[in-house]
Design a protein around this ligand. Structure first.
Ligand code: SF4
Length: 358
């Protein structure tokens, strides 16, 4: 069975209809949610609401009917439809450090009367003055003292530690599946809009998982790149013996490095910066987690696809690049490529696999 949010052992999605409309703040990517929570708002990651909708494919089509181009990333179209469907009135958009599509999406929201608050990561992670300025500006825009957001960070750090433990149980004790790991780490972007419920669920999950027997598998792989849009990737990989022990970007959403301040935390978070810090992180985790091969997930029409060439240049491990456009199940061709890749890894013909591309 494929995993979804709202499984009794996994984080739950915010019940959008029950939330006070004036408190909802949509987010288009991971931003400093500490500031949003400290200001008394409910952060809701539009990506998560989109992909867990009962008909995410239709959400993409609805956005196209409204005029968004066919050759635009499906995550953008999904976020657009989610905002309309749930009448979200306030959105924090990442206008630097994510993609130019997001900037254009923000302009569409503005033209539809939705309040938008831009947040920009600096071009370089070492430009801490720029980042600090953005953090303070966001706190000012939400009318909350910055010191309250720093206090909130300490509170959320304790909760995020539980996600780090779930991650550890994936690759050290092999008791958490790659799919479960994906859902817990990806949901750390907004802590499901309610960190107290998130915390309770994580505690319950950890208790249950400790009693499990380790997962049986043939080999360990990593999934790098943005979170995949296809729904059955993890269950398919586990059905052919591959244990996903590393979800690169989702792990970043859980803020995996120990830090003392928001400034430090969001400087170390690799996703919005250049590909080189991502490559360092991937190299480190390949060794630490004993990974035999990587699947580089790329979203159709996403500029991040270009990073594939850099990743292949710097990472000496078999890599399969998997490109997907819309939500839904893997198609036959994708399954065949995944099977062939995993089979090659199993039979130690890995040196040839770096040539495999979409
Ligand atoms: S997948 Fe790429 S194009 Fe789509 S929203 Fe994310 S960064 Fe932008």
């Amino acid at each position: 069975m494929d995993l979804t949010f709202n499984d009794h052992l996994l984080p739950t999605l915010p019940a959008m209809n029950d939330l006070p409309e004036d408190k909802i703040v949509g987010i288009t990517s991971t931003i400093p949610v500490e500031i949003v929570f400290a200001a008394g708002y409910i952060p809701v990651d539009l990506n998560n609401i989109f992909i867990c909708d009962t008909h995410p494919y239709k959400m993409v089509e609805d956005a196209e009917s409204a005029g968004l181009p066919r050759n635009t990333c499906a995550w953008i179209k999904g976020m657009y439809s989610v905002t309309r469907k749930h009448h979200i009135r306030k959105i924090i958009s990442v206008v630097q450090g994510d993609c130019s599509n997001n900037q254009a999406l923000m302009e569409i929201f503005q033209s539809e009367g939705i309040q938008t608050l831009p947040f920009a990561y600096p071009h370089s992670r070492t430009d801490t003055a720029f980042l600090y300025n953005q953090l303070v500006r966001l706190a000012d825009a939400l009318k909350v003292e910055y010191s309250k957001a720093e206090k909130m960070k300490k509170h959320l750090d304790a909760i995020r530690k539980k996600v780090h433990e779930i991650d550890r149980l994936t690759w050290v004790e092999n008791k958490v599946t790659g799919g479960e790991n994906h859902i817990w780490t990806v949901s750390a972007s907004d802590l499901m809009g309610d960190y107290t419920i998130f915390d309770e669920r994580a505690t319950r999950f950890l208790k249950r998982v400790h009693d499990r027997k380790p997962i049986e598998y043939d080999l360990r792989i990593g999934l790098i790149g943005i979170p995949p849009i296809c729904e059955d990737l993890y269950s398919f990989l586990s059905s052919i013996g591959a244990h996903v022990v590393f979800n690169e970007i989702q792990r970043q959403f859980s803020m995996p490095y120990p830090t003392k301040t928001l400034l430090e935390q969001y400087s170390q978070y690799t996703y919005p910066y250049d590909v080189f810090s991502r490559i360092d992180d991937i190299q480190h985790e390949i060794k630490q987690r004993n990974i035999r091969g990587l699947i580089h997930y790329v979203q159709s029409f996403c500029h991040r696809h270009i990073h594939d060439v850099m990743i292949r240049k710097h990472i000496q491990l078999p890599i399969l690049t998997l490109d997907c456009d819309r939500p839904g199940r893997l198609d036959g061709a994708m399954k065949t490529r995944l099977e062939a890749f995993i089979e090659m890894l199993k039979t130690d013909k890995a040196e040839y696999t770096t040539l495999i591309r979409t």
